[in-house]
Design a protein around this ligand. Structure first.
Ligand SMILES: NC(=O)c1ccc[n+]([C@@H]2O[C@H](COP(=O)([O-])OP(=O)(O)OC[C@H]3O[C@@H](n4cnc5c(N)ncnc54)[C@H](OP(=O)(O)O)[C@@H]3O)[C@@H](O)[C@H]2O)c1
Length: 248
């Protein structure tokens, strides 16, 4: 019970890595708040997570949604121990086909949404608090047709470095978890959008020393480590859960 009686908030907690982490955190004793845009997906997830989990509908790109979510959490439980800013989307566009809409959608959700999630959640956090940001292996690699997404993930990496300094003296830690290819609705959708899902999966598997796509529960195990006292002397760090893909 590494998160016994802790309050954990996971944005984008209704599917994929966020949901797997919510289930793992709840199994370790946390009361988990998950967020996402689709109410039906939140409802389904809450019934899977258990341990008093709550779903709060909202879009991280909308500041008023973030305000409402954190006000609700403040009114219900008064504080946050673990803030996992995980919500994100993946979209492909090669150089030459990057539109302002593509750029804005990715940066508004993945970067701006992450920044204001943390800034608005921070007043509810205190000594011993853990902030986790979801990065990606693509933040340290080049990936064809994925430059805007990847640049956003590289930005997330730096926010953790700089925020570790801004948080000096607070007892609050901030770290990045960077998954490699992980079986989730998002990966499946990005692969499908290439027109040849199997070829993309084969390519990802071939560049991964462990020779497979991750299960989201494996990412959740590392998120649990960053959320708990097991990582008590880590801040500003990046933990890769990538089967070695970005390490070789
Ligand atoms: N899967 C991978 O291979 C992989 C690899 C590296 C990094 N990542 C990162 O891991 C994180 C989770 O992705 P995933 O693969 O688990 O995808 P996923 O299964 O599609 O889950 C994404 C979650 O985020 C929510 N979400 C998306 N846009 C949102 C918004 N604007 N506001 C609030 N919630 C939003 C989704 O719910 P709604 O759609 O209902 O809003 C869902 O709960 C992302 O940051 C992604 O970039 C994934």
């Amino acid at each position: 019970m590494r998160l016994k009686d802790k309050i954990a908030v996971i944005t984008g907690g209704s599917t994929g890595i966020g949901l797997a982490s919510a289930k793992r955190f709840a199994a370790e004793g946390a009361k988990v708040y998950i967020t996402g845009r689709r109410q039906a997906a939140l409802d389904a997830a809450v019934s899977e997570i258990g341990n008093g989990a709550r779903g709060l509908q909202g879009d991280v790109a909308k500041l008023e949604d973030l305000d409402r979510i954190f006000e609700t959490i403040r009114d219900e439980v008064g504080h946050i121990d673990v803030l996992f800013a995980n919500a994100g989307i993946g979209l492909l566009a090669p150089l030459g086909e990057i539109t302002p809409e593509h750029f804005d959608e990715l940066f508004n959700i993945n970067v701006r949404g992450m920044v204001f999630t943390v800034q608005k959640g921070l007043p509810l956090m205190g000594k011993g608090g853990a902030i986790i940001l979801t990065g990606s292996t693509t933040g340290v690699m080049g990936t064809p047709a994925f430059s805007v997404y990847s640049a956003g993930k590289a930005a997330i990496r730096n926010f953790a470095r700089s925020w570790a300094l801004d948080l000096k003296g607070t007892g609050i830690r901030v770290n990045v978890i960077s998954p490699g290819p992980t079986e989730t609705p998002a990966l499946s959708e990005v692969a499908r959008s290439t027109g040849n899902k199997d070829a993309m999966y084969d390519g990802l598997i071939s560049m991964t020393p462990l020779g497979r796509i991750a299960d989201a529960s494996e990412t959740a195990a590392a998120a649990l480590f960053l959320a708990s006292e097991d990582s008590s002397f880590m801040t500003g760090s990046e933990v890769f859960v990538d089967g070695g893909a970005a390490q070789v």
